[in-house]
Design a protein around this ligand. Sequence first.
Ligand code: ADP
Ligand code: MG
Length: 616
Amino acid sequence: MADIIALLPDHVANQIAAGEVVQRPASVVKELLENAIDAKASSIRLVIKEAGKTLIQVIDDGIGMSVTDARLSFERHATSKIKSADDLFQIASKGFRGEALASISAVAHVELKTKLADDEVGTAIKIAGSEVKSQDAVATPKGTSVAVKNLFFNVPARRNFLKSNSVELRHIIDEFHRVALVHHDTAFSLYHNENELFNLPISNFRQRIVAIFGSKTNEKLVPVTEETEVLKIDGFVVKPEFAKKTKGDQYFFVNDRFIKSGYLNHAIQNAFEGLLRPKTQASYFLKLTVDPATIDINIHPTKTEIKFEDEHTMYALLRSAVKHSLGQFNIAPIIDFEQNPNLNTPYEYQDKGITAPKIDVNQHFNPFEEEVVSSRSTATRTYQNNNKETANWESLYVDLNPEPSEAQSQVYFESAVESTELFETNEIDHTAKRFQVLNKFIVQPMKNGLLVIDQSRAHQRILYESFLSDLTIEKGHSQQLLFPLELNFTMLEMAVLNEVSDLLKQSGFDFDLKKEHIVFTGIPASIEESQVSVIIESLMYDIQHQIPDSHFSQSDLVAKSLAKSAAIRSGVSLTADEQTHLVNKLFACKAPETTITGLKTFTILDKNDLEQRLSI
Ligand code: ADP
Ligand code: MG
């Protein structure tokens, strides 16, 4: 048989190798930013179009390249950063593998412009799919600009695999944060579709964190510093009361390189032991400096995982440094362990003062005076059988006629699945009084037992359906504020808000978006002024962390987020009228049985349940 093995042509080999280095636009961002840092830039500009799918450009004022270097930089294994294998143990730069530019230019159109400080003219090179298209002398400022256009133009499978713009942009911003946070001695800016999302001047570490995550971050930071022979630690942990339910902002930088380490993360979480509320996680921004000879960065192509020579010592030192800081800054005693555990009010609500829901009540309306009527489960069933991908499926949830129809106002509840028989024995007892217990449940006596409603969950359901109706059918009512309410946000947050500004207006907010703040003049009738900042912040969080490519529309997301954060909490005492109104509104909902996340809003303790409990 003839020989069958052949060496792959360079461009094919490059394209295959690119698969490892370039997974999505954010990978290109990471590589280009790191090259600019390695070139000792003092100012770096990142320009993105369509979440990097059409353009990713990094412009730096670093050392630039000579004509020969410019040409060589696109070759595989072409690097100025190491010369021999020994250098692998003394790495002080971000790059060293010499494959980023080769890989990127294998799967995109790349335009490089670069000039050394002392040269008169610079070099421009265009390259596409590993093929040099042109090379010219150009007038260009000192430093380097790399523009990457039409990523994956020749790998359709990869291009199709990219997620929506909001998801890809999220990844880009994450990479940008990882580089910009630790390199605070360098100025950075980020533009997306001509909007400036970040503009970060040269600053110290703390100022950089605050510039990225917003001015409110400042008071949350506790400094951590420690210097031993093997490890220097410098940075901040976030005070435990601001710990997040989701994986918070967790940043380790080893020798100025962002890394992921489950093991070291564990050391921090361990240091916070006893200070965090259940299911929350500590956030931190920590720079670790070690002798480069004691780590191996080479174990992962994207270099986010590294190997330490002595991981156990790192763990112990980190844990004790963080513990020490938390103690020294007197964090521990602030936490009040005696708090009533029944009042699981989230932290952000604690300083807000408790506000009862604003509910307009028809004093003469008693929903339980009516005779029990047959079910109105049709709507619910329609929803359940409906395909979620139906374009306008939300409207199934909302009443086309904003006034409750007659059948609905005759409040009746039922489970969508169970037979109506259950409810014939579950009639409301009109002679018995409804009441609230534990400031959490509303208890309604019935002919055959007790109906127990979770007030917070019920209100969430009510608000969700009502906001959804405002967003999809008829604009919600606003109440005008006596004094305009001004809230400050970062430019990134403003960009996020801009995305949903029409929906917010539709739901009853009146406001003006400025560069770094928003001025509210009106808010939906169903919320209180004191809730606005928490509601808007949660909304921003929800938008940025939405499930990628979910079938749910933006209006559904906004309705859910507003309902979730505006719903009355446990711990709020409700007047009799408010209780009536809540019960009444709940059972006028299309799907009163559950919250938006599927938790039960009410339960029934019937005679059997009660007897059974008493029989033991
Ligand atoms: P690596 O960074 O691993 O060396 P790259 O493919 O990213 O590999 O870059 C190859 C070489 O091109 C670098 O070693 C560097 O000499 C040069 N280079 C790349 N980007 C820049 C830049 N922005 N400024 C100056 N030189 C650069
Ligand atoms: Mg590089």
